[in-house]
Design a protein around this ligand. Sequence first.
Ligand SMILES: *Cc1c(COP(=O)(O)O)cnc(C)c1O
Length: 432
Amino acid sequence: MTSPTPDSSRSEKLFARAQELIPGGVNSPVRAFRAVGGTPLFIKSAQGPFITDVDGRRYIDYVGSWGPMILGHADPEIVAALQAVAANGTSFGAPNELEVELAEEIVDAVPSIEMVRMVNSGTEATMSAIRLARGVTGRDKLIKFEGCYHGHADSLLVKAGSGVATLGLPDSPGIPASLAQHTLTVPFNDATAVEDLFKQHDDIAAVIVEPVVGNMGCVQPREGFLQALRELSTQHGALLICDEVMTGFRVARGGAQALYNITPDITCLGKIIGGGLPVGAYGGSRELMRNIAPTGSIYQAGTLSGNPLAMTAGLLTLRRLKDESIYAELERRSAQLCDGLSNIAADAGIKTITNRVGSMWTSFFNDGPVTNWETANRSDRELYGKFFHAMLDEGIYLAPSQFEAGFVSITHTEEIIEQTINEARNAFQGLR
Ligand SMILES: *Cc1c(COP(=O)(O)O)cnc(C)c1O
């Protein structure tokens, strides 16, 4: 590895140090900029729609910590509350009132959830959800969709999206074949393929889906697709798990299940419900959730689960999102952004397809519709990488991968979005 030159940036210096100490210099793979090249920015601070790197450069941020920051960074009310709560202890390993209050907010917002268990990440939520589904059905098999990402638990890291797709990796070594064989995969938006699997296998415990995919870039469900999953699951005695770790409180207060009017058996949450602190949750009917220990025998636990800091950030975020006018406003500004980007790409003669649901979106460098992993994978990643760096030069921070969603927060004002579109005009022109 080459050591940084004396006048290299602080990010370069830190990255060189980090690579000696942390695999790839990062604690989550996509952060390493492998798909777009260059040195990842080390971030020093964030405020509203902006992030500032250790070299003092400020960017308009559309990553939003990969989804949680719907209220923008360092929201003053949340920061003040966190300071006050921290002064009274950061973890008790015993029940606290905030857990009950957050559970009430979640149950109020998502009708399919009557009871909810808090965990510390989205990965834990989906991992626990499939254990619950397997435990109550007494079956082992799962159906998942190619390009959907449900965290990195063994059973779910099969044909996964997000970093696995970004890095073009095969299914990860270290997952026993005897376990992976229980995970059946089919293309997203293909209900017939799901029906065929149900005909071939009578031991399917659950279908797990990102109801709006974010982890191969943003891909909407075709009309009737989610309804078909609901019907097929019920018909064959399997559970439907909606992984709303990204879409929960993002595409609507009630998540994608409210938007598309479906009722899953289990819902996984994360990201927004932690308000930027490490959180996940899974929930469903009382009858189902009572199977979890200590009322039931399906075991799942967590030392830091429900800790007062994470509960506080989540609770205040969800309380603010009770004002549903926020979603109308996010819709308007996200449309402004995506329409603007599409138009200037077309002006520059660059073929893009923009998929968007509410405030999550992806501009694919692709000339056909993107409806599943196969079509997403036809995107021109190299051109995306150039666009990414051109935007970075203009002061706009996008996801360092074609296969991730972008996010708009309530702090992305009309002016900020107008500025983004103007900078993007230069970036697109430069790609010609
Ligand atoms: C982010 C994400 C996860 C994983 O959550 P972590 O907190 O990173 O473990 C799972 N499912 C979906 C849909 C996600 O977007």
